[in-house]
Design a protein around this ligand. Structure first.
Ligand code: MRU
Length: 356
């Protein structure tokens, strides 16, 4: 796999990092505070990391997998110099607590399965092997994103307008981003003329994170209210809707940030295209369809107020699912680092899984 493209200056088009493992701790950029405060939180234990994932200090499917892998390294260091059998036994509950931090993004379970697999094979070098694996999980994600950027941008006609949802950038990954990586590559290659980002209510990943992240790169982007998407798409300003994924099932259904399915339906209505961009770590061949995905529900308080101030009458109930499932039939292209798929996705995904 190539992980660089000669036309893209990565030092310009990728200036933010969500996480950094330094000495004895995992430093996480606190995404609850962006864009006005850039605070790092130091996690020194695996449970600190599990809490940070649950609290959305770090979020985005690949980023939570990477953070969890580093959390296992922290837990291993706390154990010290014990035999590998003891390490396996003592780390298993830690792996399970990390896995329980968020249910929908399969990248979390995938990264933990990789760490568990390494531990199962390791001998007395188990500490070192876990460290090497966490580094590999992180660096492979960055390489995958750069490659997907190139693959996805190749699908876009010059002069196109694109709309993205949530935050799928460097903040959500090891760097460069998935859908935002394609947008970065498309802008760098001068194919994308206009970038629009939804606010992504209720947590405002688009408003607080995506447009800020693009601003760091000097990429011009226009924020829209989620409710403005159909108007924008119906008036000819968008050619591709480009989104990430938290889980892609064997039939090509895609779980992603709440609101993605609405965008997919509107795009299809107006004859626009939908591209889903995700590393292979997001593909869950063990789950048959989107109906089998657990959809995370978060605190209804996210809907009942803003910035700590209640905006809704006392006594009102709210329902806050934070992901939805877009049926495979509404998707035009799925881009992974293994290649680009078009319908039928079930056979394409199976063939890619078998090819390894
Ligand atoms: O709740 P979040 O912010 O973790 O949700 C993130 C998304 O839905 C992203 O689109 C997805 O994880 C892909 S990130 C590359």
């Amino acid at each position: 796999m190539h992980d660089t493209h000669p036309m893209i200056d990565y030092s310009r088009y990728d200036r933010v990092r969500a996480a950094a493992f330094v000495d004895d701790r995992l430093e996480l950029l606190d995404q609850r505070k962006l864009p006005f405060e850039q605070n790092f939180i130091a996690c020194r234990t695996a449970d600190d990391v599990a809490q940070a994932i649950f609290d959305l200090v770090v979020r985005g499917a690949p980023a939570i997998g990477i953070a969890a892998a580093w959390a296992v390294v922290l837990a291993a260091r706390e154990l010290g110099d014990v035999p590998v059998d003891t390490a396996r036994e003592r780390l298993e509950p830690v792996l399970q607590r990390l896995n329980a931090a968020r249910p929908t993004a399969v990248n979390l379970a995938w990264a933990l399965a990789r760490m568990r697999g390494v531990l199962a094979q390791a001998g007395s070098d188990w500490q070192e092997r876990l460290l090497t694996e966490a580094k590999a999980i992180e660096s492979e994600d960055l390489a995958a994103n750069r490659h997907m950027g190139e693959l996805g941008a190749a699908l876009i006609e010059p002069g196109s307008g694109v709309l993205t949802h949530c935050n799928t950038g460097s903040l959500a990954t090891a760097g460069f981003g998935t859908a935002l990586g394609v947008i970065r590559a498309g802008v760098a290659q001068e194919k994308i003329a206009r970038v629009f980002a939804t606010e992504t209510r209720p947590w405002l990943q688009g408003a607080r994170l995506t447009v800020w992240e693009l601003q760091q790169d000097g990429i011009d982007a226009t924020l829209i209210a989620d409710a403005a998407a159909a108007h924008l798409m119906g008036t000819g300003q968008v050619h591709w809707v480009i989104v990430g994924a938290d889980r892609i099932t064997a039939n090509g259904d895609v779980a992603n940030k709440i609101g993605t399915c609405q965008l997919a339906i509107v795009a299809r209505h107006f004859g626009l295209k939908l591209m889903v961009v995700a590393p292979w770590s997001t593909v869950d061949m063990a789950t048959a369809s989107g109906a089998d995905i657990q959809i995370e529900e978060r605190d209804p308080a996210e809907l009942l107020g803003y910035g700590g101030q209640r905006t809704v009458a006392e006594g009102v109930r709210a329902f806050n699912p934070v992901f939805d499932v877009t049926p495979a039939a509404l998707i035009d292209a799925i881009v992974t680092e293994r290649g680009v798929l078009h319908a039928p996705f079930d056979t394409g995904l199976r063939a890619m899984a078998d090819a390894g």
